[in-house]
Design a protein around this ligand. Structure first.
Ligand SMILES: [Ca+2]
Length: 247
């Protein structure tokens, strides 16, 4: 195996001794359409077959594998830091991990920062939309992260438990709108997008739209105050940090 950072593999997945894990990074653009950051996404590989997080992070009893998620976080940090980029790194973290794996996650974050190639202010933790029993404790964890200099995003706003009530509790720096809001807007119903944008404004959060797939999407969204853009139109997830040339 190469020593290159982008080919660094995590430990062998407990559920499947054949699977190797690796990071891919999808570009995120600012309102001038310049790349400002990347979302780290997990992939698994067995020979030539690639697996998505939905089939990696859930075990056979369909519960979330927090230990594996923690390994993925460490993997993304190492692979991003090794590329010595000044860009922002968005990392997904489940509410379950924030509640039950917090100390280990903090250890991984502190270790990555101590290596000197990434700073806390470069890291945005995206809180997944999963429901949790204890939103109060979730808020406390996020306050600790903010105090340590990290920024918080609320992922997939408009799906599952990622809603306005959670936004008011968590007060994230960034709200990532669920792709279903864009899909509805394409079909002529912008009411969900408008509601989400107004929820973001209420807590002074920046708005990130995901799933942008065409120039028509960009034109459709121009009427909203979008701070950050992400989607195949701007760039697909790749192991190396790529600045898209075509826009
Ligand atoms: Ca995400």
């Amino acid at each position: 195996m190469s020593n290159c950072a982008h080919t660094q593999m995590a430990d062998i997945h407990e559920m499947n001794s054949q699977m190797e894990l690796f990071s891919v990074f999808q570009p995120i653009l600012d309102h001038h359409f310049n790349v400002m950051g990347y979302e780290a996404l997990l992939r698994g590989r067995i020979e030539n077959q690639v697996f998505l997080p939905s089939s990696i992070l859930y075990n056979q009893s369909h519960s979330y594998d927090i230990a594996l998620e923690l390994k993925a976080i460490a993997l993304h940090l190492a692979n991003f830091a090794a590329q010595k980029s000044p860009a922002v790194l968005f990392i997904n973290v489940s509410p379950e991990c924030l509640l039950h794996g917090f100390d280990t996650m903090m250890t991984h974050l502190s270790y990555a920062i101590a290596q000197g190639s990434i700073q806390a202010k470069q890291i945005v933790l995206e809180v997944l939309e999963h429901a949790v029993c204890c939103e109060e404790l979730l808020c406390m964890r996020l306050s600790q992260l903010k105090d340590a200099g990290f920024r918080i995003a609320q992922d997939d706003f408009g799906s599952a438990d990622s809603n306005q009530a959670r936004a008011l509790r968590l007060v994230p720096d960034v709200i990532k709108l669920d792709q279903s809001l864009l899909v509805a807007a394409r079909q002529g119903d912008s009411s969900l997008l408008e509601a989400a944008a107004s929820a973001a404004k209420q807590i002074n959060a920046q708005v990130l739209i995901e799933g942008v797939e065409s120039h028509a999407d960009v034109m459709l969204l121009k009427q909203f105050k979008i701070d950050f853009w992400q989607g195949y139109w701007f760039g697909k997830p790749t192991p190396l940090l790529v600045v898209p040339s075509q826009m």
